[in-house]
Design a protein around this ligand. Structure first.
Ligand code: ADP
Length: 245
């Protein structure tokens, strides 16, 4: 299988503080990777480096589909291949749901308004909320807004989707509907990297689980290995704290 993401020896500092050190990670096309670990362990920083929402000037290289992720002319190409879903949705509040989804394809891919609207409606159907197309984000529940955000990311037909704790800002009763959409997506061939505290989801959906602590990848492997037979004591400690609370 071909690597869609190659991360070599990446380091990231905030002042003297090492948010990431010695990160080596290859992700193959179509793989679903869940990143778990305590708060502050560098999970979000790692995935934000993949589309250069954070720079990693201190060292290493990241390539997406062979393209180096660096400031400069390649960046637009990288960002067109990598979609992102944020914890807090980040929808444009002054635009309808449909317009939120149409915007990037029209601006970046130069789609016609008719094509962009047809595709946006299709995507809304796919995430199960086509009846919300003309509403504004503020009129939707958190779970619905996050489903719009997923549709918006998909509208650019990304090869890779990054999710940064997509269910952490949701009321508990809405977590399931968003995870269901993500579960369906995971079967469609798009590469997904999901930072999550939802251990049930990670166990069920991930091809590989990565446990981070202190800015490093401590352990990575299939869910059965990480959850049922973790090799590292730090992984065991973390899992027993989150699974027994
Ligand atoms: P996680 O996603 O695992 O909770 P983060 O990647 O958000 O962790 O953060 C890793 C560490 O980097 C944390 O200690 C956090 O406080 C620190 N950090 C994150 N962003 C900044 C920033 N902009 N300036 C300084 N420190 C930061």
């Amino acid at each position: 299988m071909r690597n869609i993401i190659e991360i070599e020896n990446v380091a990231k500092f905030y002042g003297d503080f090492a948010a990431l050190t010695d990160i080596d990670l290859n992700i193959t096309e179509g793989e679903v990777v869940c990143v778990i670990g305590p708060s502050g362990s560098g999970k979000s920083t790692l995935i934000r480096c993949i589309n250069l929402l954070e720079t990693y000037a201190e060292g290493g290289t990241i390539r997406v589909d062979g393209i180096p992720v660096q400031p400069g002319p390649n960046l637009d190409q990288v960002r067109a291949e990598v979609g992102m879903v944020f914890q807090s949705f980040n929808l444009f509040p002054h635009m309808s749901v449909l317009k939120n989804i149409m915007l990037a394809p029209m601006r970046v891919r130069k789609s016609s308004s008719k094509d962009a609207a047809a595709k946006a409606l299709d995507l809304l159907k796919r995430v199960g909320i086509s009846e919300q197309a003309d509403k504004f984000p503020g009129q939707l529940s958190g779970g619905q807004q996050q489903r719009v955000a997923i549709a918006r990311a998909l509208a650019m037909e990304p090869r890779v989707l990054l999710f940064d704790e997509p269910t952490s800002a949701l009321d508990p009763e809405m977590v399931g509907e968003v995870l269901d959409v993500m579960r369906t997506l995971a079967g469609t061939g798009v590469t997904m990297i999901v930072v999550t505290h939802e251990m049930g989801f990670a166990r069920q959906v991930a091809d590989r689980v990565i446990f981070m602590n202190g800015g490093q990848i401590v352990e990575a492997g299939p869910p059965e290995q990480i959850f049922d037979a973790p090799k590292e004591e730090r992984t065991r400690d973390f899992l027993s704290a989150v699974l027994n609370h």
